[in-house]
Design a protein around this ligand. Structure first.
Ligand code: PEP
Ligand code: MN
Length: 341
């Protein structure tokens, strides 16, 4: 923590700040410049933070040096990145996770058909929602437990690990029996009870960035899962709200290199929910691979025209294999290989 004193701070005010830093067992190093004095507080960040020095006499501002997200931060990892292992597939590092499947589980036939298509194309994991976060309470809310049973069937047949969203802590236990990865959707990124309980479940988590969350808020949210001893967390950029109205969300591709500088956790991209339309999904996917994303989570449907939700953005099954092929080539240029068993 650096405490920057006001230009007019007196010797007594500087000495008072030093005493307060030392009173909590930390050491204070005073650097006197021509105009400003800066006090470096070394020791427990939380203890110095608890002193509330922002309001102390003679203090201009306080600059934290250590990141507040201790477990997610790359600061203590010496450049080492997390590599998650899920159902024998590696996520992170030089591995590219290709996660594909329908927006929502609609029926056995629809789910199995898409699962077979994406499995034949060699994806890493299968996605599908049994519990759906819908803007309107009158829209289809997902098949719930029946949807989980269908996902289990897809897993049994294809052997693919399952990614599925949970919105309510009461559904974690059931979902975790089927899911290899529990998705926490954008709208629940700051549902701290849900984050904590997913952390406790021990099931790997895919944490989506909130619609208007900063990267720091996303990392603080991941900290809730990590602090429960669950290290299997991947982050997902899925588009944020900006002033631009020309498209559904602004896919923040800069979040990939930025997050990689801040955290050791894998970072993946959801081009589907950002674009909201199928023809933009491939260019965004290729860009995501090129910018160094650790993977993609993309929506695919066997009959997108008649999909119950998100039809316009879901890739059609018949176009998936060639899409996956082009994506894999860009991932290779970025130094990654699609993770499969
Ligand atoms: C989804 O992946 O099905 C979904 C609803 O995504 P998001 O939370 O990013 O809107
Ligand atoms: Mn969707």
């Amino acid at each position: 923590m650096m405490i920057v004193m006001k230009a007019e701070a007196s010797e007594a005010e500087i000495a008072a700040v030093v005493r307060r830093v030392e009173s909590v067992g930390c050491s204070a190093h005073v650097s006197q410049g021509d105009v400003l004095t800066v006090i470096g507080a070394i020791g427990d960040r939380d203890k110095v933070g608890g002193l509330g020095l922002e309001g102390a006499a003679g203090v201009d501002h306080v600059v934290p040096i250590q990141k507040p997200y201790k477990l997610a931060s790359s600061q203590f990892r010496k450049g080492e990145r997390s590599i998650l292992e899920i159902g024998g597939r590696k996520i992170g590092g030089e591995n590219f996770a290709l996660i594909a499947g329908p927006c929502t589980v609609e029926s056995v036939e629809q789910t199995m058909e898409v699962a077979r298509t994406v499995s034949e194309a060699g994806v890493t994991m299968f996605r599908g929602g049994a519990y759906k976060p819908r803007t309107s309470p009158y829209s289809f809310q997902g098949l719930g437990q029946e949807g989980l049973r269908i996902l289990q069937q897809a897993k049994d047949e294809t052997g693919l690990p399952i990614v599925t969203e949970v919105m309510d802590v009461r559904d974690i236990e059931d979902a975790a029996e089927v899911a290899d990865v529990i998705q926490i959707g954008a709208r629940n990124m700051q549902n701290y009870t849900l984050l904590t309980e997913v952390g406790r479940s021990g099931c790997a988590a895919l944490l989506k960035r909130g619609l208007s969350a900063t990267l720091e808020e996303l990392l603080m949210a991941s900290e809730y899962i990590l602090k429960e001893g669950n290290e299997n967390v991947m982050l997902c950029e899925r588009g944020i709200r900006t002033f631009e109205t020309g498209y559904r969300f602004t896919l923040d591709l800069m979040a990939v290199p930025a997050l990689k500088a801040l955290t050791h956790l894998p970072v993946i991209i959801d081009p589907s929910h950002a674009a909201g339309r199928r023809d933009w999904v491939e260019p965004l996917s290729l860009a995501a691979a090129a910018v160094g994303a650790d993977g993609i989570i993309v929506e695919v449907h066997n009959d997108p025209e008649n999909a119950i939700c998100d039809g316009p953005q879901q890739l059609a099954s018949e176009s998936f294999a060639s899409y996956a092929d082009r994506l894999e080539r860009v991932a290779e240029i970025a130094g990654k290989a699609v993770s499969r068993v």
